[in-house]
Design a protein around this ligand. Structure first.
Ligand SMILES: Cc1cc2nc3c(=O)[nH]c(=O)nc-3n(C[C@H](O)[C@H](O)[C@H](O)COP(=O)(O)OP(=O)(O)OC[C@H]3O[C@@H](n4cnc5c(N)ncnc54)[C@H](O)[C@@H]3O)c2cc1C
Length: 386
């Protein structure tokens, strides 16, 4: 796998790093101590970050994007996550591109809002009783003339409390399994849903998360995504988590890199027993492990993303990267806390945030256990679950 980055990629990465360190880093704690960003704050950060390629940079020119490759988009997201992972996640999901089968009128409306940086997206799969096992979801879509009527509760939804657009997964038949699941595009103005709870998580605090209720929400048939677009070889519906999983792995790599950088810097400055703590072999041993795991996480992540850029199937490589990199993020952040001693536990000092944020990333889009089952299924040909 060839990772000779282009001049443009390196320049963009450097520019984002400088902006994030100078402009964003000093603000993170002040924002996060007040919990998730509200809608107005989210839109304001979207507009600040769009010129660097965030939010819509990976989209076509029609959406105001610049067709950034998945790898370039990941590189800038890693830099943002290195400074503020919660913001990186929020803006990534906010800028989800509409599917290709969207009718022209809807497409034009969404396109204009994306170009202006004024729409916030969300995607809803998880439910109170269906997390890892999302195939048998309880949210139901009942056909009624030219509409579908959607009823159910979705929880842990990233951006849920601040979103104006959402893609909701619902089953056409109670207990019908994954072949009966369809996705419906809703916008809050025409298909209102309720935010029943803001979930305040201990990590990724800037990133709004909530529980949403859909009570008989009527959606025109034209707002149902074409199931054929996500059908597998036998026409069975398959989940496609490749891109989100590698983006979460990218954020994890950014947090791990932040931890490595902070640990090296601090170990050079902190003096104990008359010497910098970096001179102790046990501390160097920790730094070795942190660097080895972070580099490995980045290679696995970029390998899967490079496959996606080539249009190759990266199902197990993306699952491997997500499972590995998110576990690495909290192991490496934990070493970083150790190297900082009590300072590593101090609220408001960034190190404790790396630890909290790194821990949170192993759960969304499939826990580490689920990633292991995806890799196991692909490599052995035997599924541990249905
Ligand atoms: C920060 C964050 C953002 C999120 N954003 C979204 C979002 O935008 N949209 C959305 O739909 N959802 C979202 N989620 C929800 C997330 O996808 C679920 O939390 C996740 O799929 C796990 O489901 P659960 O929490 O119900 O845990 P459960 O499925 O109940 O799992 C509990 C434990 O059991 C283990 N387990 C379950 N089944 C198996 C098995 N077969 N073998 C081995 N172990 C197993 C799990 O690994 C876990 O350790 C988000 C979650 C978080 C934390």
């Amino acid at each position: 796998m060839d990772f000779d980055y282009t001049e443009e990629q390196l320049m963009l990465k450097k520019t984002v790093r400088e902006f994030a360190e100078k402009e964003l880093a000093p603000q993170v704690h002040d924002y996060e101590k007040h919990g998730p960003l509200n809608r107005e704050q989210t839109i304001s950060f979207i507009k600040q970050l769009m010129p660097f390629g965030f939010y819509n940079g990976h989209m076509t020119e029609e959406y105001g994007g610049s067709n950034l490759s998945a790898l370039t988009y990941a590189m800038i997201n890693e830099e943002l996550a290195r400074v503020w992972a919660g913001l990186a996640g929020l803006i990534w999901i906010a800028g989800s591109q509409p599917s290709n089968d969207v009718p022209d009128t809807e497409r034009n409306e969404v396109r204009d809002m994306i170009r202006a940086g004024e729409t916030i997206s969300a995607g809803a799969i998880s439910e109170p009783d269906h997390g890892s096992d999302a195939s048998y979801m309880s949210t139901i879509a009942v056909e009624d003339g030219d509409d579908y009527v959607i009823t159910g509760t979705k929880t842990w939804i990233s951006n849920g409390p601040v979103a104006d657009r959402i893609t909701v997964h619902a089953s056409l038949k109670p207990g019908g399994g994954r072949d009966t699941i369809r996705t419906f595009r809703m916008n809050r103005k025409n298909h209102p849903w309720q935010v029943v709870r803001n979930n305040e998580l201990f990590g990724l605090k800037a990133w709004a998360n909530g529980e949403l209720r859909f009570d008989d929400v009527r959606v025109p048939r034209t707002h149902m995504n074409d199931p054929k677009a996500s059908a597998g070889a036998q026409g069975k519906r398959v989940w496609n988590f490749q891109s989100p999983r590698t983006m979460l792995a990218t954020f994890a790599t950014g947090i791990a890199q932040a931890s490595v950088d902070a640990a090296i810097r601090y170990s050079q400055d902190r003096v104990q027993f008359g010497r910098p703590i970096a001179s102790f072999q046990l501390v160097q041993g920790m730094i070795y492990e942190m660097v080895a795991e972070t580099e490995a996480a980045r290679f696995l992540t970029y390998r899967a993303i490079a496959m996606q850029d080539k249009g190759e199937d990266s199902t197990w490589q993306a699952a491997l990267a997500k499972g590995f990199a998110t576990e690495v993020a909290h192991r490496v952040a934990s070493h970083c806390v150790e190297i900082h001693g009590a300072l590593g536990l101090l609220e408001g000092y960034p190190v404790e945030r790396y630890f909290r944020d790194g821990r949170a990333l192993s759960i969304p889009d499939g826990t580490t256990e689920i990633q292991k089952l995806v890799v196991g299924r692909r490599l052995t040909g035997i599924s541990a679950i249905q």
